[in-house]
Design a protein around this ligand. Sequence first.
Ligand SMILES: [Zn+2]
Ligand SMILES: [Zn+2]
Length: 389
Amino acid sequence: MALIEDICEWQTELQGWRQHIHAHPETAFEEVHTAAFVAEKLTSFGIDVHTGLATTGVVGTLTGAEAGPEIVLRADLDALNMTELNDIAHRSTHTGKMHACGHDGHTVMLLGAAKYLAHNRDFAGTVHFVFQPAEENEGGGRVMIEEGFFDQFPAAQVYGMHNWPALPAGEFAVHSGPVMASADRFIIKLSGRGGHGAMPHQSRDPIVAAAQIVTALQTVVSRNVAPVDSAVISVTRIQAGETFNVIPETAELWGTTRSFSEGVRATIMDRMNQVVKGIGDAFSLDVSLDYRPGYPATINTASEANLAATAAAEIVGTNRVHRGLPPTMGAEDFSYFLQERPGCYVWLGSGTSDDCPGLHHPYFDFNDAVLPVGASYWVQLVRTCLPIA
Ligand SMILES: [Zn+2]
Ligand SMILES: [Zn+2]
């Protein structure tokens, strides 16, 4: 490994920041104290600070020794609505909130890089250090884009990073193309005619139709999506009925869909509509499909993925940078940035053992040992993307 020496010397300081943020988790659009902490640090490094983006987002802008293109390095500020079970000195002090996705670590790794680059402006161009709110569920990244982020910060490339406990600490995974899936939600409502459980012919049973829909939806993946493409349709909630001998009037199905391309996503939406409507007609029920598009797929562009892999290899060595790992069906709102600009979202290995707690686990705690790895990668990435002539 060729970590940046100064950054390694800041281990205790960076760890202190990370554990402070971990102990004070804040969730979507309420990251007031975390944002103030970030803004205060950036200001102390001598970096121009912009606050209040998408409510609580912070952007620090730093210009290099020479002129050149502008790039975005992005971290996320938010925690999750869940209870931490760790018994550690820096455990959450906010009831029902927890940094279980490591965004506390992401924030500090980017702060570490900002601190270093502020004192070593050996790059040609401008770096925007983006600390976005509400990555979990609420799409803070989307809100920033809708507010006109790229008008204010006209970056040519965008880069993101997530810690990855399933990968050994200090390794990287860099994907060219899809790295995370789109994530949509749906609610299907069926309305028939209730009646006596012993006289089903007098009813129009929404439960039998709901069961048909659950089964038929699986054929969208197996018979409409091409076998070489990936897709998921999961019905995750079925609600109907109250007792043994009554056929209910209504039934409701909830679920999620995942895919890696807008084409597959459109096929899923289209076929779900047809299947739901067709089964509703066949069973003489009123049916509705409320399909709610969520985060799009996160898709890295090839040349920016190569730049990211080159930078990562400079820091940890080529043998610790994986280029061929499969993507996951999880989702990420950095996808909104990647819809606007070329870029790359990498996974930084943070695992300590094969069975260490994963992301969103109540015993998760960001692995502080990788703070200098992530911060060094960011610095090297800036040098790689914005080289001095
Ligand atoms: Zn998460
Ligand atoms: Zn996350």
